[in-house]
Design a protein around this ligand. Structure first.
Ligand SMILES: [Zn+2]
Length: 692
């Protein structure tokens, strides 16, 4: 391929992929399969790699992330980012309308929109290309987060149609509930603090240094205002400009209404106060904007906010109750979490008895006292949260809530890591909840899955002095267990035997789950899998440097350092040695021995295209099950190219040039005697685009 051909192909692919992205994410009407999309993206990435001079900052390949922002540059806003004044009642809205009617002597239309509960962003476009994305900051200047924002699928990198050469779009970056739940699940696994709500999670995500991680977290963006010098010469109304912006590629909410009276406005508000619970993301109110630009200009601004717009905030579901006491819980990594015990109260349909207090800063910020009457809310949050205190109801002589200085479980003096608000109990080996927590994690379903042992039994065996770590489990015998009992658990014949059997069975649990079971800080299920894919056995992982580990895709420096720290601790090394001796899997399984006839032994295949009976992984698995090998690129060593529908033209050309036979799915099925239903699995069509 000549340079010129590459340039043209890169331009064509970029344009096509951006259009498909728009069809998929903005219109929700994809016109090609995920597979075809991935293939085109792969081709583009390959060409850009080969011809880096043609890599554009707005290339669709930028959406998978990769750029690292060490420090976010502070940037001055061209138009200040103001906030809206809030209103909470029909009277407030009536006042607002009466006030503006004093300055405007004609009919006023209002554009009613959802008030997204995320963080505002300024998107600047130059000649149709996203030039810069800046956070609100203090309203005058914010942080340049362009690299991270480029990974958001609903932010157009390149516009289409008749857009103006220079303008700015204002929008809100939100984290959909689905992404939020997934993220918090992963954090539970990794032993990290949970995000309280999607807004905090979105804000935290946007300030990550590693844009790949931002890409994975699946943020979303909705645009709701356009800014440009002389905008009113092009469009008469705000609504019109947003509809135009939609055509250029922006994600503009469909849930908008033009209202002319307080009644119409309140129909919209009341509808969404109810219907918001069905939305896939959080909103916390409605925004009213005067629709006509001419009228907006006549109204102008106060120092803080426009006079032509107002937010109506939904009432949070909140309730007052008494703070009775505070528990300090110790996690398996030693983190101390304060939890409020509340007088039971009904909130949003459930009885609430506890609320998280996050950490010491949180308690200080509210100056919490025992017996305080606190306001508890349940919004998008999973755990109810205290948002305020009714100081009028504070009892005389009430004692302030003090964060503990020593571990409530073992008495060790607590420590704090630099730059973190959390306190830790450093007594990892002697602190009962930490020790028990680690063993409970070890036996949990996604780890070693030793179901017949549960929390109660672990507690009993720990108290009885029989287990102090995971390795001790494998020293248990039927004779040691049989007959043990207290008022909660008893080890009868069957119980004891089941436990011994389950422990024996756990010796076949694959390495990746064993690695996860070890309970290394920040190493969740997915990370464990990723590491095992790179390293064959535990010795290789232990030998790997922090640099080597962090070079693995998706494993950052923080994880790499946790892994290193874990294996530098002699206590952990001893446990690993004993688990090894007990017969657990500490190496990747050899290629699964197959009961299939090894008819493809010694043959190398390159798979391309879409198949009728197999997913792409499925057909590769079938090749391996019959003794064949898979390769990703065609070379002189390739024996067959196995082609499905839509095979890449480049691949076909190359195969023909090298004289490699191209065979069909039917040919393949004949080769292997086709009866291998179990390896066939069609991929879920609703799966997100996998991008590589
Ligand atoms: Zn402790």
């Amino acid at each position: 391929m000549t340079k010129e051909e590459a340039r043209q192909r890169i331009a064509a692919l970029s344009e096509e992929l951006e259009r498909h992205n728009y069809n998929y994410y903005i219109l929700a009407k994809p016109t090609i399969s995920d597979y075809e999309f991935d293939m085109k993206l792969e081709e583009l990435a390959r060409l850009e790699h080969e011809f880096p001079e043609f890599l554009s900052p707005s290339s669709p390949t930028q959406r998978v992330g990769g750029g690292i922002t060490k420090e976010f540059k502070s940037v001055k806003h061209r138009y200040p980012m103001l906030s809206l004044s809030n209103s909470y009642s029909k009277e407030d809205i009536e006042d607002f309308i009466n006030r503006l009617k004093k300055s405007i002597d004609e009919d006023v239309e209002f554009c009613c929109e959802l008030k997204f509960d995320g963080l505002s962003i300024s998107l600047q476009y130059e000649n149709g290309v996203l030039a810069r994305a800046v956070t609100r900051g203090d309203g005058t200047q914010g942080d340049d987060v362009t690299t991270n924002v480029k990974t958001i699928r609903t932010v157009p990198l390149k516009l289409q149609g008749d857009y103006p050469p220079f303008f700015e779009m204002r929008g809100e970056i939100v984290m959909p509930y689905e992404s939020f739940d997934k993220l918090n699940e992963q954090r539970v696994e990794a032993g990290d603090d949970l995000f309280a709500n999607p807004r905090n999670a979105a804000a935290g995500t946007l300030k990550l240094q590693d844009s790949k991680e931002v890409a994975r977290r699946r943020l979303d963006n909705y645009c709701y205002y356009m800014m440009m010098d002389g905008l009113e010469d092009h469009y008469q109304t705000h609504y019109e400009s947003l509809q135009a912006a939609k055509k250029w590629g922006f994600n503009v909410s469909n849930y908008m209404a033009i209202c002319k009276s307080v009644e119409e406005i309140f129909d919209f508000i009341n509808y969404w106060d109810e219907a918001r619970h069905q939305l896939p993301f959080a909103i916390d109110g409605i925004v009213l904007k005067v629709n006509s630009y001419k009228q907006q200009q006549a109204l102008g601004f106060t120092a803080k906010s426009p006079k032509w717009a107002i937010a109506y905030k939904f009432k949070a579901e909140e309730v007052e109750t008494e703070l009775q006491s505070v528990d300090f819980q110790v996690g398996r990594h030693g983190t101390i979490t304060p939890v409020a015990n509340l007088a039971p109260v009904l909130l949003a349909g459930t009885t609430v008895k506890r609320a998280t207090l996050n950490n010491e800063d949180f308690i200080r910020q509210f100056d919490l006292h025992y017996g305080d009457t606190v306001t508890v809310v349940k919004g998008g949050e999973i755990i109810p949260k205290i948002i305020g205190i009714n100081f009028d109801k504070r009892q005389a002589g009430a004692l302030p809530v003090e964060f503990v200085k020593t571990c409530p479980a073992c008495g060790a003096e607590l420590i704090q890591h630099e730059g973190e608000a959390a306190w830790y109990c450093p007594n990892a080996q002697g602190c009962p909840p930490q020790v028990k927590g680690r063993i409970e994690h070890f036996i949990s379903r996604k780890a070693m899955n030793i179901e017949s042992l549960g929390e109660g039994k672990i507690e009993f065996l720990y108290d009885a002095g029989l287990i102090k770590n995971a390795a001790d489990l494998y020293d248990l015998t039927y004779d040691k267990l049989f007959g043990l009992s207290n008022d909660k658990v008893s080890f009868k014949e069957k119980t004891a035997q089941n436990i011994i059997d389950a422990l024996e069975k756990s010796k076949t649990v694959p390495f990746e789950r064993v690695l996860f079971a070890l309970g290394i800080r920040n190493v969740g299920e997915v990370v464990a899998k990723t590491i095992v894919a790179e390293y064959h056995d535990i010795d290789a992982i232990m030998k790997a440097s922090v640099e080597e580990l962090s070079a693995i895709n998706t494993v950052g420096e923080v994880i790499a350092m946790s892994v290193k720290a874990f294996f530098e601790n002699p206590v952990n090394l001893n446990i690993v040695e004993r688990l090894k001796a007990a017969g657990l899997q500490f190496a990747k399984a050899e290629e699964p021995t197959s009961d299939k006839p090894q008819v493809l032994a010694g043959k190398t295949f390159v798979v391309s295209g879409v198949f009728a009976h197999y997913s792409r992984d499925g057909i590769k698995a079938a090749i391996e099950a019959h003794g064949g090998k898979n390769s990703s690129s065609i070379s002189g060593k390739t024996d067959y190219v196995l082609a499905g529908d839509n095979m890449g033209p480049e691949k076909r050309k190359k195969a023909e040039a090298l004289g490699v036979p191209i065979i069909s799915e039917t040919d393949f099925e004949q080769m292997i005697g086709s009866s291998n239903q179990e390896t066939k699995r069609k991929e879920d069509p609703k799966q997100q685009l996998s991008l590589f």
